[in-house]
Design a protein around this ligand. Structure first.
Ligand code: FAD
Ligand code: SF4
Ligand code: SF4
Length: 662
């Protein structure tokens, strides 16, 4: 029997406001093995920890139960305190009487009863705990960044500047992400390419950074400090080493009418193309779906004109396998599809466009050379209407419940740029609220209203109706004057909600990283660990974690890099000793455990087994403790009860259940 100390925390009034902590102490003191029980205001404080240390030393405790907040908050704190007092840290258990009890109950009597039960279960478990020793694993001094937008580029630069090798894997033919599609950027209105291109060039030139474009992560195995990743380098059909980037191939390619992804389908590109002038690498890629040679076997014009002999129709996808210590996810975002928003006539009129399409129209390198014109007839628009919150802050399931955060600012930017360049154009913005909480952001919005004469109307657009003469009729309600408005427009710009890149689900599954109901990657702790995923060694950078503008993205990218550097700077990591073990006497070699293990930690060996005096060779499961992450999938799957988890053994779990049901 252990000698157990129970420490009940008030957490100010967080726990004590709903749970009678004195009663929990009194009841816990009666449990088997308990030789000490006390309560304190804040157990995690220095003074609280000192109480635990003193009790361990003075009473010779062999086990500790702390009734407090979630183990995610302070398990490490209390384990360290126990270790300081000479007790094995794995002899400490937490009963979560805050998140699991006081925060979700109102009735003190009920909450107290539940807290007593939770304490009882933890005491039952600690009675069966055994000291455990953490193992060690090595750290590969190389980081992987998935996504080559501004977030990925910044994270890679910061990690590389700290002296570590970094690989960026970008699925499109060039790095740059959405920022490369923007014209000018709020709040300073500087040209996006002017500030992004130097970063792209710096990343490409950095001796520690290796960029895989037109590539995707195919498989991830391993764990923090020692991931093994398969990267698929898709066939560009152009030899990167030979190509000089002259662009003659694109010029001569007869397959020209393919919608340009970079210009959001507003312009065309050849089948062999470089997505934009500042692309990195400045090497084209053949779109095999559109290439005449790939479709019919004829053509081959690009190969004939390429002086460098760089065209390679036979090129195959290549798989590169690389090891990494840390992985930064920076997969960014896209705009939502507008097929559920028929009322705005997006699919009916060429003159109803999204804000990102407007960025391309206003860009000097865009499909109209920077001239703002109606896509239906090329005329300059005289009345432009912006519609805010299309699919953001949405009460129904058509859109997103969250605020996309960037639209109020980029619409103010668009409105100002238009009024500046075309002063005769009337600009009206229909908004629900104007949200401008960043540094100098409110001033920016007010400039749009006061200095640029943009007409802001608090109201909702109900319908956009294409008219027989080609114009658009906007029907809206003015929420301040409580009246209906009908307004003629030449161009309607929809601030469509943003959503995580759809690829993120696949990436998250491969990394065993979690995503929220909106598919944004989840942080380990919303406030205290905002750039770490709950999966060790996976860090979050940019809009893949939540909507944000460029300054915020860059700040977060730097923070993710710092966390990755902190990991890469270590030579070894302590590994979780709560790993699985198989009992070779019970194992029947059925392979079910290996099939469910997400970390590939289970293999099979022929072993000589002494089964109650009968010696025979059997095929039994063997766990690689360096790979096992203690998830417990094998223990619940094993039909013969041969798999057990150290620190969470079947006996311990059943004793907890017994204590709860007592
Ligand atoms: P992205 O730019 O989306 O980059 C993500 C990258 O990851 C992309 O290159 C993508 O191809 C790649 N990727 C995705 N999945 C994978 C995968 N599975 N494998 C490999 N690669 C992958 N912000 C401002 O501060 N000022 C502005 O003026 C401004 N204007 C804007 C106007 C509009 C219309 C929009 C939509 C946004 C605007 N923003 C502005 C916001 C800005 O675009 C974002 O803050 C920024 O682009 C976020 O960068 P990111 O790297 O997180 O994401
Ligand atoms: Fe590269 Fe050859 Fe095309 Fe020039 S013609 S861009 S060298 S592939
Ligand atoms: Fe274009 Fe012909 Fe080359 Fe295909 S083979 S990319 S169609 S020039």
């Amino acid at each position: 029997m252990q000698k157990i100390g129970v420490f009940v925390c008030h957490c100010g009034t967080n726990i004590a406001g709903t749970v009678d902590v004195k009663k929990v102490v009194e009841m816990a003191a009666k449990e088997p093995g308990v030789v000490h029980a006390e309560d304190y205001q804040y157990m995690c404080s220095e003074a609280g920890q000192s109480k635990i240390i003193a009790a361990i030393q003075e009473k010779g405790l062999t086990g500790v139960v702390v009734c407090s907040c979630s183990p995610r908050m302070h398990e490490a704190t209390f384990r360290k305190a126990a270790e300081k007092a000479g007790l094995n840290p794995y002899m400490v258990e937490i009963a979560n009487i805050r998140e699991h009890c006081s925060w979700i109950h109102k009735d003190m009597q009920e909450a107290t009863e539940k807290a007593v039960i939770l304490a009882r279960a933890a005491i039952a478990k600690v009675n069966l705990n055994a000291p455990l020793k953490a193992g060690e694993s090595r750290v590969t001094k190389r980081a992987l960044v998935i996504g080559g937008g501004i977030a990925g580029i910044q994270s890679a630069l910061d990690i590389a500047d700290a002296g570590y090798e970094v690989d960026i894997v970008e699925k499109t033919p060039s790095i740059g992400g959405r920022m490369s599609q923007l014209d000018k950027t709020f709040p300073t209105l500087d040209c996006s390419a002017c500030i992004l291109t130097p970063k792209m060039v710096e990343a490409a030139a950095h001796e520690k950074i290796h960029i895989y474009t037109f590539s995707e992560v195919e498989k991830v195995s391993g764990f923090v400090g020692d991931f093994t990743v398969d990267i698929r380098k898709k066939a560009r059909s152009v030899d990167m080493d030979k190509c000089t980037g002259c662009g003659v191939c694109s010029e001569k390619c007869p397959s020209k009418k393919n919608p340009s992804e970079f210009n959001r389908g507003l312009g065309n590109r050849s089948a062999i193309y470089i997505p934009f002038a500042q692309a990195i690498p400045n090497v084209p890629v053949i779109d095999r779906e559109q290439c005449i040679k790939f479709k019919t076997g004829k053509c081959g014009a690009c190969s004939k004109v390429c002086q460098a002999g760089a065209i390679d129709y036979e090129q195959q996808d290549e798989i590169v396998t690389q090891k990494y210590g840390a992985i930064v996810v920076a997969t960014g975002f896209d705009m939502i599809k507008l097929d559920k928003y028929d009322e705005y006539a997006y699919s009916q009129s060429k003159d109803v466009i999204t804000s990102l399409e407007l960025e391309r129209l206003m860009n000097a390198a865009g499909p109209t050379g920077g001239h703002l014109e109606r896509l239906s007839d090329g005329r300059a628009p005289k009345n432009i209407v912006f519609v805010q919150c299309v699919g953001s802050r949405c009460a129904d399931e058509r859109g997103k419940s969250y605020c996309s955060k960037i639209c109020c600012m980029y619409t103010a930017k668009h409105a100002m740029l238009i009024r500046d360049k075309y002063p005769d154009t009337n600009v009206t913005v229909f908004y629900i609220d104007v949200r401008t909480p960043g540094k100098n952001f409110d001033e920016f919005y007010r400039r749009a209203v006061e200095d640029y004469g943009v007409n802001y109307v608090k109201g909702q657009v109900g319908k956009v109706l294409p008219q027989p003469d080609g114009s658009l009729l906007v029907q809206a309600s003015d929420l301040l004057d409580n009246r209906q408005i009908k307004m003629e427009a030449d161009l309607v710009v929809l601030a469509a909600a943003i959503e995580p890149n759809p690829d993120v689900r696949r990436i998250a599954t491969m990394l065993t990283a979690s995503i929220d109901t909106n598919n944004f990657l989840t942080e380990a702790h919303a406030k205290l660990r905002p750039v770490e995923s709950p999966t060790a060694g996976i860090f979050l950078s940019g809009v893949c974690q939540g909507p944000k503008d460029i300054p915020e993205t860059v700040a977060q990218a730097g923070a993710a890099a710092v966390k990755a550097i902190g990991l890469l700077a270590k030579d070894k990591l302590l590994t979780n000793p709560c790993t699985a073990q198989s009992d070779e006497l019970l194992c029947n070699g059925c392979s079910q455990c290996a099939n469910v293990c997400p970390y590939g930690a289970i293999s099979y060996e022929e072993k000589l087994v002494n089964d109650h005096g009968i010696r025979e060779t059997r095929r039994v499961a063997v766990v690689n403790n360096a790979l096992c992450q203690g998830c417990g999938a094998c223990t619940v799957t094993c039909p013969s009860g041969a798999m057990d988890l150290q620190g969470f053994s079947n006996r311990q779990i059943i004793s907890e259940v017994d204590a709860i049901c007592r």
